[in-house]
Design a protein around this ligand. Structure first.
Ligand code: DC
Length: 261
């Protein structure tokens, strides 16, 4: 049985609830890696749009997914991604990506693939992972689950202040009504309403609720995962790595171990 002695702090919540800023600050304080899983759904959406895929058509998305090589690693305390060799970081906040990402994130095969990658990242070290389903689905065994919420109007104002025209209400609805792992408060999650709190206040609140991290261990999720067949995207990536010989540098280790269990 493979187990992990690393810890993961799961932070979920709707768009503009403040979870990204909190996750980043908390990760820096604790010296954990910060993993923004929304950026994984965004990066894939960007690549699909680049390839001319109709993101409204789940069948097209599913077929294109099997052709896209996704590489992830942790570098400098954060997630680094490459899709078919391209770094998507400069494009993932584009309006066209924000407009299509909920459709892509609703496709079960997409979720299965990206969740597999997210779970593998725990091998690399301690994580603060933020998203919509981290406490409910990706790492349900972690004792450290938080759900950030804020008034919908305040969240829309926060996005507008960032210069984004994102349709928060539409995305909330899409994210919380989809069939596959919808946005929901995970069992055992601690809910924090950030509407009237500063970033520092939220981080302090999370810290005080975390208690003494060092005395506890997280999850034996690999024991549950080991009998499951890895998603084809992980296998595909592993083969590419193997034939190119790059994996020997350890660059893609998070994925290769997914096939080894
Ligand atoms: O956090 P964000 O706004 O960057 O997320 C982008 C989209 O990805 C959002 O529509 C919900 C989806 N998402 C998801 O379904 N599951 C996650 N763990 C993270 C994001």
């Amino acid at each position: 049985m493979t187990t992990s002695a690393h810890s993961v702090i799961a932070i979920d919540g709707p768009a503009a609830s403040g979870k990204s800023s909190v996750a980043r600050a908390l990760a820096a304080e604790l010296e954990f890696a910060h993993i923004d899983t929304g950026s994984m759904y965004r990066a894939l959406t960007w690549r699909l749009l680049e390839l001319g895929v109709d993101t409204k058509d789940p069948e097209q998305v599913k077929n294109a997914l099997s052709e896209i090589q996704i590489d992830t690693e942790i570098g400098d305390g954060r997630l680094v991604q490459r899709l078919d060799g391209h770094d998507p970081i400069a494009f993932i906040k584009e309006d066209k990506v924000s407009g299509a990402v909920s459709e892509v994130a609703a496709v079960p095969e997409v979720r299965e693939c990206l969740v597999g990658l997210q779970r593998q990242l725990l091998i690399s070290g301690n994580l603060v992972m933020e998203g919509r389903d981290i406490g409910s689905h990706v790492f349900p065994e972690t004792p450290y689950k938080f759900y950030m919420d804020a008034d919908a109007e305040v969240r829309a104002q926060r996005r507008a202040a960032e210069g984004s025209v994102e349709q928060i209400a539409t995305r909330d609805k899409q994210d919380s009504t989809r069939k596959a792992a919808p946005l929901a408060v995970a069992e055992g999650a601690q809910v924090i309403d950030t509407t009237y709190l500063s970033l520092e206040e939220v981080v302090a609140e999370v810290r005080s609720r975390l208690g003494d991290l060092s005395t506890q261990e997280v999850s034996t999720f690999f024991s549950q995962e080991r009998n499951r067949k890895p998603h084809p995207c992980l296998l595909f990536t592993a083969l590419v790595i193997r034939f190119s010989g790059v994996w020997q540098k350890g660059f893609f280790i998070t994925k290769f171990s997914g096939v080894r269990t």
